[in-house]
Write a protein that binds this ligand. Structure first.
Ligand code: 6PG
Length: 473
């Protein structure tokens, strides 16, 4: 009986929680999993939601269970597994049915898949979902790319299951083909930047000020009551407060300082460079994860250099902590300005017409970077429609005040030998962006000296070369 509103393939953590969320919102959802037992277990543990869940042991049963045109969400490992599932569905589904990839796919793969289905009568949605397991179950932020007509077929379900910000769904149509997955990729790049800056400020408090995890947790807890209020600050306070049962000490003090990364932050940096956009703070965050992976080398290097880390001894700790808060806020502004600059440039490149204000608005709840701060960005882009965030009046005012804190903190961390690459790049980005006369004139002279690449002269049209033969002696 084809009365399911939507189908979900893949009953892993994300797929099962998304299916439960869909069922909870009153929709019939047809589910399939490579391992039937896993699927039946999910339904067995679903309680009253099981009545809205239709177990399908074959793709044919899945197709038969969903009302046409059939939207089917794929939540399997990104990459080849997605192509394999698409291959199976392509031969089975009818015209106008919709295949939806909701994994963390590279948007260029999504564009390829979208094009690959064009002649089949089927259509394809690349859907970014943010918020992890908790988000999938209780309300993620959802970024949809594909045909707008496909969006209208799934809009009711997605806006029902998404997170809500003051009642407004955190699910929206981003634009054609790869737009949804691209927006999710940049979300993740910003997420890396946010997490890195938080870890740098944690390092300054731990190594510079000699503060213990519990003390640092309290500082983040206080900050979470103010303008830095966000999911990442909230969980930072929580993870710093947890005592490890085995070691009987803060769990953060027994975790190895080597960060993993599944690749979305790296993709964000690659695309920033591809589009010629400076995303230096985000790039510093990805590089910091790479640096963290050199654990053995770093242990050897510390022994080889034996340079003692200097303590930071501010006249007033309270005042310095206020500077740390300001530095983190100013660093966020720079990192988000970079992320949205990448979005805006890609939007022009692909003629996606990305809704920057809408993107910020659906990130206010549900996603990993959800924060009060995104409310400010939403207002700025709803007013301006685009342009660098550093030039939005509200952010100009904030940076005029908080750059001094960022400057003080970056200086203190440099003198203390406490690495702060994302904060330092945020500061350099700000200083570079507001410098009318930089130093690239010297680079132009050098390039022309050794490569005759030419340069522009102030106030004159055309390309010029220097009299370097004279300088060659
Ligand atoms: C989200 C998260 C999530 C993230 C994974 C892996 O928006 O819910 O960004 O999609 O990609 O948790 O994160 P790493 O890239 O750090 O491995």
């Amino acid at each position: 009986m084809s009365n399911a509103e939507i189908g979900v393939i893949g009953m892993g953590v994300m797929g099962s929680n998304l299916a439960l969320n869909i069922a909870e919102k009153g929709f019939k959802v047809a589910v399939w999993n490579r391992n039937d037992k896993v699927m039946h277990d999910v339904i067995r543990h679903a309680g009253p939601l099981a009545s809205n869940m239709i177990a399908c042991e074959t793709y044919e049963q899945l197709k038969a269970a969903i009302r046409p045109p059939r939207p089917i969400i794929i939540l399997v490992k990104a990459g080849d597994p997605v192509d394999q599932v698409i291959g199976h569905l392509k031969s089975l589904l009818d015209a106008h049915d919709i295949i939806i990839d909701s994994g963390n796919a590279n948007f260029r793969d999504t564009m390829r898949r979208f094009d690959g289905l064009k002649d089949s009568g089927l259509t394809f949605i690349g859907m970014g979902i943010s918020g992890g397991e908790e988000g999938a179950r209780h309300g993620p932020s959802i970024m949809v790319g594909g045909k707008e007509s496909s969006w209208h077929r799934v809009e009711k379900v997605l806006t029902s299951i998404s997170a809500k910000y003051k009642g407004a769904p955190c699910a929206a149509y981003m634009g054609p083909d790869g737009a949804g997955h691209f927006v999710k990729t940049i979300h993740n790049g910003i997420e890396y930047g946010d997490m890195q800056m938080i870890s740098e400020v944690y390092g300054i408090m731990r190594d510079g000020l000699g503060m213990k995890a519990a003390e640092i947790a309290k500082v983040f807890g206080d900050w979470n009551k103010g303008r830095l209020n966000s999911y990442l600050i909230e969980i930072t306070q929580k993870v710093l407060s947890v005592i490890d049962a085995k070691a009987k000490k803060p769990i953060v003090d027994v975790i190895v300082d080597r960060a993993g990364q599944k690749g979305t932050g790296k993709w964000a940096v690659i695309e920033a460079q591809t589009f010629g956009v400076n995303a230096s703070a985000i790039e510093a965050a990805v590089d910091a994860r790479l640096m963290s992976s050199l654990k053995a080398e770093r242990e050897k290097a510390e022994k080889a250099y034996k340079i003692p880390r200097k303590k930071i001894s501010p006249k007033s700790r309270a005042a310095f902590l206020r500077q740390l808060e300001g530095a983190l806020y100013a660093g966020k502004i720079a990192a988000y300005a970079q992320g949205f600059a990448v979005l805006e440039t890609a939007s022009k490149e692909f003629e996606w017409n990305l809704p920057l204000g809408t993107i910020a608005s659906i990130w206010r709840e549900g996603c990993i970077i959800r924060s009060q701060f995104l409310g400010e960005i939403t207002k700025a882009f709803n007013k301006s429609g685009g342009g660098n965030l550093l030039m939005a009046p509200a952010f100009t005012a904030m940076m005029k005040k908080d750059h001094l804190s960022l400057r003080a903190v970056v200086s203190a961390s440099a003198l203390a030998g406490a690495p702060a690459p994302a904060l330092a790049n945020a500061l350099s980005y700000f200083d570079g962006y507001r410098q009318a006369r930089g130093t690239a004139n010297l680079i132009q002279a050098q390039r022309d000296f050794f490569g005759a690449h030419g340069f522009e002269r102030i106030g004159e049209e055309g390309a010029f070369h220097g009299p370097w033969a004279l300088g060659r002696g």
